[in-house]
Design a protein around this ligand. Structure first.
Ligand code: SF4
Length: 428
């Protein structure tokens, strides 16, 4: 008979993350003053609860289902299972462990996977190669990038894990949403056969409705960011990105957003900035640096630079109509196809440029900082065009940083900070 510990050990990286988060949270509670970094404090608290719950469920023997971030975590709550987002694990490890996910990038590279592919996937691939994850099945849509579609077959061909691949269309049209709605439903049926469970749509509906409720709070916080100074600290972006996966469809996500809204409203009324004085308002249209979250705090406090939002914090899916299965799956399809990064990476760049120009004006941005991530080849052509559009249409500059957001060895935190510091001097 398999014992509880063996079952829990199907998700060893979750145990590593839990330990890292618990230690960091304890330090924050004990060392930082009350007004410390509230988003980090709230975020880590709720992440601790969610990770512990998943470890417990793995220990009970629930199947472990890997998934790409564009197949929303809450969709997997149609089953009694432990959902693990391949990309989120790599980057949360990068953020919280001293060496990040780097040992696992190296493992998978030495196995033969190309070094220049996306570190968001390479980390979990390396952990699986090392025996730290034992997935019962994995779901990944055919998007948003070549990295995704070229990396996931590893799990099937090397590890023998059943791989389900809903076909995600590129065109953002009604017929695509209808088509993808069916693809999601078929995928859940296929997954059910593998793990020997019937999808429970009533349960799924409950989790989707939690997300629907959070939407309004998210929009209220987003609106408050238009204020000068911005009443939301930079660290919120990282915590919200983590919450969008690890707390997806769970009550803890609701609590996190409620806490953050109350804080932002208070700061807004008092015209308070987390770092003391806001000198520069920046938008990061792609990702922030996951391997060094401290950069966010350093920007707030040392440079007075607000990160108004990154890619995970300006794309919001409309609430899903759960009145019947047809509208529910349609809404789920739309949410997946317009998810952060899927939306931007799986279409031509015109809408992205237009959106950046609009956001720059609406949020009174002083500059953009574009992190050109080595994995994102499909996005490599955009920076120069975006820079010209921002200069011509808004009159603001853009800093371009070549980086691997999950691997400090490509461009270190020191190099990145230096670049931003010099750029900031040109703005003041
Ligand atoms: S879109 Fe970019 S960051 Fe996202 S998975 Fe693909 S390569 Fe990685």
């Amino acid at each position: 008979m398999v014992n509880r510990l063996e079952l829990e050990n199907k998700i060893i990286p979750y145990k590593m993350l839990l330990e890292a988060i618990t230690t960091t949270h304890e330090l924050i509670e004990r060392i930082l003053p009350e007004q410390g970094i509230p988003s980090l404090k709230y975020g880590l608290k709720y992440l601790t609860d969610a990770l512990q719950d998943q470890i417990d469920k793995a220990g009970e023997g629930l199947p472990v289902i890997g998934h790409h971030f564009s197949f929303q975590t809450e969709y997997l709550y149609a089953f009694d299972c432990v959902p693990i987002c391949i990309e989120a694990v790599s980057y949360l490890m990068a953020a919280l462990l001293p060496e990040g996910s780097e040992p696992y990038y190296d493992l998978i590279t030495h196995w033969g996977h190309p070094f220049h592919t996306c570190s968001s996937q390479k980390g979990t691939m390396g952990m699986t190669l090392d025996g730290l994850f034992q997935f019962d099945a994995i779901v990944t849509p055919t998007a948003p990038c070549d990295n995704t579609y070229a990396s996931y077959p590893y799990f099937q061909y090397k590890e023998g894990i059943p791989l389900i691949t809903p076909d995600l269309p590129f065109l953002k049209e009604e017929k695509s949403y209808d088509y993808y709605a069916k693809q999601i439903q078929l995928s859940l049926n296929d997954l059910g056969k593998i793990i020997k469970q019937e999808p429970n749509y009533e349960k799924l509906k409950n989790h989707i409705e939690i997300e629907n409720r959070i939407y309004k709070t998210q929009m209220d916080i987003f609106e408050l960011k238009k204020a000068i100074p911005c009443p939301v600290e930079n660290m919120f972006n990282a915590m919200a990105a983590a919450a969008s996966i690890f707390l997806s469809g769970r009550p803890e996500k609701e609590y996190f957003y409620d806490d953050m809204l109350a804080l932002a409203q208070k700061r807004y009324k008092n015209k308070e900035h987390h770092g003391g004085e806001e000198r520069i308002r920046s938008i990061w249209p792609y990702m922030i640096i996951f391997f060094d979250l401290a950069i966010s705090e350093w920007l707030d406090r040392e440079l007075g630079m607000s990160i108004l939002f990154d890619i995970f914090n300006y794309n919001f899916a409309d609430p899903i109509d759960t009145s019947n299965l047809e509208t529910m799956f349609y809404g789920m399809a739309k949410k997946s196809m317009e998810a952060p990064m899927v939306k931007q990476s799986a279409e031509f760049y015109y809408p992205f440029i237009d959106e950046c120009v609009r956001l720059a004006k609406e949020f009174s941005a002083d500059c953009f900082i574009f992190t050109s991530h080595i994995g994102c080849k499909q996005f490599g052509s955009i920076p120069q065009i975006l820079r010209e559009a921002l200069r011509d249409e808004v009159g603001i500059p853009m800093l371009l940083i070549d980086v691997d957001v999950g691997d400090a060895r490509f461009a270190s935190d020191k190099v990145i900070r230096e670049k931003i510091k010099i750029f900031a001097q040109t703005l003041l």
